[in-house]
Design a protein around this ligand. Structure first.
Ligand SMILES: O=P(O)(O)OC[C@H]1O[C@H](O[C@H]2O[C@H](CO)[C@@H](O)[C@H](O)[C@H]2O)[C@H](O)[C@@H](O)[C@@H]1O
Length: 266
């Protein structure tokens, strides 16, 4: 499957024609949900949720693969037949039950200690940065920091120091530093799992941020194993250049994704 000079409409038509053998891996923030100042207020763009159930009926698999906790995805998307893979694939809500990689569970104490250290640090306390508690990781958000230019470097240094002190790693994103256990597991692993478990012969991943690069890499790798792939970037003013450079197709914001999904469902 190659996009080349094909338009999103042409690509969607081709995919819809072979839906039963295609798995869809969709990112949440910035892809299904417009970027908003308050991470807790993020919701799918109107119209998207209604398409996902019918798509899950027709396609080999529809999976939401996100840095968010899986319960957040299940609660705010909640479409039937869709897989909810959170924390970059290390957590899944399956038939109402939350499953988490035991290696993450084992590192909860370290995450709690790092969260306390962040909360007490001048960089977080005095800047107005917001801490998102994801239970198995902790994220420092700066989107609502009033004087972001003044604080960004200090927050970066503080997050890296505290991560190191507690044996955690940093996952960077759009105005966010996530501290999480250094457990092998990224969106690429999640994509491989979805393809493997669904028996799909083609895979499409759609994403907008650095965390989606491993998913793009998995698509490239799977192509060598005979699985057709399409890497779709969602463009915004904050797009990482490497994501756009690695894409076969570019959609304009969640509105472009909505239109693409509509065509897949048509
Ligand atoms: O893998 P994703 O579904 O793209 O999730 C990545 C992170 O998204 C969230 O943060 C981002 O979106 C927020 C809401 O639009 C925005 O305010 C923030 O600046 C962005 O970084 C989420 O809060 C994180 O937990 C996700 O890891």
């Amino acid at each position: 499957m190659t996009a080349g000079t094909a338009t999103p409409e042409q690509v969607a038509r081709e995919l819809a024609g072979r839906a039963g053998e295609v798995a869809l891996g969709l990112d949440f923030d910035g892809t299904l949900s417009p970027v908003v100042d308050d991470p807790q207020a993020a919701r799918p763009l109107a119209g998207i949720v209604d398409l996902l159930g019918p798509l899950a009926d027709r396609f080999a698999a529809v999976a939401i693969i996100s840095g968010r906790p899986a319960p957040y995805l299940a609660e705010h998307v909640g479409a039937p037949g869709v897989r909810y893979l959170g924390l970059y694939g290390l957590q899944e809500v399956h038939e109402g039950e939350v499953r988490v990689d035991p290696r993450l569970a084992a590192a909860r104490a370290a995450v709690g200690a790092a969260a306390a250290a962040l909360r007490d640090s001048p960089a977080v306390r005095d800047s107005g940065a917001w801490l998102e508690d994801k239970e198995y990781s902790i994220a420092v958000h700066t989107r609502r920091v009033p004087d972001r230019d003044r604080w960004t470097d200090e927050i970066d240094r503080t997050a890296r120091r505290i991560a190191e002190e507690h044996g955690l790693e940093i996952v960077p994103g759009k105005m966010v530093w996530e501290l999480r256990p250094p457990v092998r597991g990224d969106k690429g692993d999640a994509v491989r799992r979805v393809v493997d478990e669904s028996g799909a012969r083609a895979v499409v991943v759609i994403g907008d941020d650095l965390g989606d690069l491993p998913a793009f890499a998995a698509v490239t790798e799977l192509a060598a194993a005979g699985v057709d792939g399409l890497r779709v970037a969602v463009r915004s003013a904050e797009s990482p250049p490497e994501l756009l450079a690695g894409a076969d197709l570019v959609l304009e914001g969640p509105e472009g994704v909505l239109e693409f999904l509509r065509r897949l469902a048509a």
